[in-house]
Design a protein. Structure first.
Length: 329
């Protein structure tokens, strides 16, 4: 992509009618909605918390001081949408400050680094005045002995923050795809000549065993392989998107054979469960992928399972051969 084409893409992004301008408006609207939910829920003071024998947390609260709709939601948790509550010694400004603009709220919440305890309310006992919670994060400390409960919104803030950073990168040409601003605005750019891939490799076809890919799945894989920039594959649950991803990963490995394969393909998802599902399906050359979480910590669970199974299979093969029996463990 030439420098003039890149500059033209950035000019499109800066336009008042651009896609990113609409993205900005959506960002502000979502921040306003989140703030409204936090405000409508209010805050609840708790004076004591203890860990019960089943690992649940019992907070001593006074719901008579809570907002009516909040009290009703906590007294009947099964009748409302799933709630997550944060517990902290002090109420953060992102909960109490109503004077800030939505953009200022995003900046202030980004600067607040204190991590609150997060749990899901299970029900309120009016006799003991306790609100029971189940912790929703595994690697968190116990909540403060006294403090405040309010609607959890750290996840919302992180999502908005990531979107904000992505928009800034697009505006400053900080992406790894120079043509991305142009593509987002519906523009076009001169693409280098590429050899078209017209067939799925045997390893890619094996991902659709035993029935093979549907015409839509085959088209999705080939379209992605022949797209020089960004390909979007959309489909409702149950249409075989995971098989398509596995086939793509395998064929990319086949195309890179003889070159550098390790670390050349990244699978990412908004949810851990989706990544875990892909880990079980995204094997290349019979080797499992390595999962890394948002803190850079790697998981070798799939690799360890593969190593144990490979050792067991090798041991069985050795036992089947007279000359190898003395080598079998």
């Amino acid at each position: 992509m030439t420098e003039s084409e890149s500059s033209s893409g950035l000019d499109l992004v800066a336009s008042q009618n651009s896609y990113l301008t609409m993205w900005d408006r959506y960002q502000d609207l979502e921040a306003r909605h989140i703030r409204g939910r936090i405000r409508d829920f209010g805050t609840i003071r708790y004076t004591n918390v203890k860990v019960e024998s089943d690992g649940r947390y019992a907070f001593t609260v006074h719901l008579d001081r809570a907002l009516p709709r909040t009290r009703a939601a906590l007294e009947n948790t099964g009748a409302v949408e799933r709630l997550e509550i944060e517990a902290a010694a002090q109420i953060p400004s992102s909960v109490t400050d109503t004077a800030m603009s939505d953009r200022e709220w995003l900046v202030a919440s980004r600067a607040h680094k204190v991590r609150a305890w997060v749990g899901e309310p299970l029900g309120y006992d009016s006799v003991t005045e306790t609100l029971r919670h189940a912790a929703t994060l595994n690697d968190q400390h116990d909540p403060p002995p006294q403090g405040w409960l309010y609607l959890a919104h750290r996840g919302d803030q992180r999502r908005l923050d990531r979107r904000e950073k992505a928009m800034q990168k697009l505006r400053t040409d900080g992406t790894h795809i120079p043509a991305l601003p142009t593509l987002l605005e519906g523009g076009s750019w001169q693409q280098p000549a590429r050899r078209q891939i017209t067939r799925l490799s045997p390893s890619a076809l094996n991902c659709f065993a035993p029935h093979g890919p549907t015409p839509a799945q085959r088209e999705a894989v080939l379209t992605a392989l022949n797209t020089p920039d960004v390909a979007i594959i959309q489909g409702p649950p149950g249409t075989g998107k995971t098989q398509v991803i596995a086939a793509l990963v395998n064929q990319l490995g086949d195309l890179a054979e003889g070159g550098v394969v390790a670390g050349s393909t990244l699978l990412t998802s908004f949810q851990h469960a989706a990544v875990d599902h892909l880990v079980t399906r995204g094997w290349v050359f019979g080797l499992p992928p390595l999962k890394v979480d948002s803190r850079g910590r790697g998981s070798t669970v799939a690799l360890d399972a593969w190593r144990i199974e490979a050792a067991r299979a090798a041991d069985l093969r050795l036992r089947e051969r007279p000359a190898g029996r003395h080598l079998a463990a």
